[in-house]
Design a protein around this ligand. Structure first.
Ligand code: AMP
Length: 281
């Protein structure tokens, strides 16, 4: 386990001098199959896998769940050992953000929409910590999950704009058998809410069905989804949207040859869940 930036710098410098390709999977820990699928994906593209575990304070706003965010380092380490991960970077917050820390990275516009509108400082925290992790680990390739589709788009934009020499891979969403997208925050759901929350997957699947049947009007697609979700008592819907896949701008009509995300964010009790489907026409 590597705890300091100094140790990670030495680790990656040595690996690179031996001609090894480094793959990075950034996480906040409390790992599940979704995270492990990213590890399996990155392995295909590199010689050494580094997983970072860091519950990043700057991506939480003061009223959010930073303190109660689930953590289980011992279990995480065991899971990563089983996957044959070569190094775990587990820094303390002061290592990443010492008292005099003052530099932030912002991907403008894209960081204001959807998740950024509900959580105004969230993406600035994400892009800042991912930049720090990229500079610490110097990976050749990094993998992120489509589960956080807007985050993935923002990171791709950041890498392009800031000219990071890193290949970014986006891996598909891993779901429970029920369709519920795996998430560390699913722990906040009661048994009943966990079952209610499968409505997000069912609504997305219905939207896909409508599109497969030829529906191209996004207002119609959204209406069906909202009706389904609003019929569930414990669901408090934040947004449903159909956006083009790069800048996350909403569209009225779907056209052939383009890629879209259908996005949904919804609260069930204490948990705020997000999910999406990628639609390639
Ligand atoms: P987190 O620990 O929640 O910050 O997530 C770390 C990485 O795992 C991010 O790139 C997420 O998009 C990805 N991830 C989280 N849940 C899933 C899932 N169900 N399927 C695939 N990737 C996921």
């Amino acid at each position: 386990m590597l705890n300091s930036v100094h140790e990670v710098h030495n680790y990656s410098r040595q690996a690179r001098s031996l001609g090894k390709k480094i793959g990075l999977v950034p996480t906040m820990g409390y790992l599940h199959e979704g995270h492990l699928s990213l590890v399996r994906e990155v392995k295909k593209h590199c010689d050494l896998v580094v997983v970072s575990i860091f519950v990043n304070p700057t991506q939480f706003s003061p009223n959010e769940d930073l303190d109660s965010y689930p953590r289980d380092l011992d279990r995480d380490i065991k899971l990563l050992e089983k996957e044959g991960v070569n190094a775990v970077f587990y820094p303390q917050p002061e290592e990443i953000y010492p008292g005099n820390y003052s530099t932030f990275v912002d991907v403008e516009e894209l960081n204001k929409r959807f998740e950024g509108s509900t959580r105004p400082t969230h993406f600035r925290g994400v892009t800042t910590v991912v930049s720090i992790l990229f500079n610490a680990v110097s990976p050749n390739v990094a993998v992120f999950g489509q589960k956080d589709a807007q985050q993935a788009a923002i990171i791709k934009k950041m890498v392009k704009d800031l000219k990071f020499d890193i290949d970014i891979i986006i891996a598909p969403i891993i779901r429970e058998d029920s369709g519920l997208a795996m998430s560390s925050r699913n722990i906040y759901l009661s048994e009943e809410e966990r079952s209610d929350a499968t409505i997000l997957f069912r609504a997305l699947r219905h939207a896909k069905f409508l599109i497969d049947q030829g529906e191209r009007n996004t207002a119609e697609i959204k209406k069906h989804m909202m009706d389904m979700i609003n019929a569930v008592n414990s669901a408090s819907l934040d947004y449903v949207a159909v956006v083009e896949s790069e800048l996350f701008l909403e569209v009225d009509e779907l056209v052939e040859g383009s890629e879209y995300f259908i996005l949904v964010a919804c609260r069930f009790g204490k948990a705020r869940l997000i999910d999406n489907f990628l639609i390639a026409l």
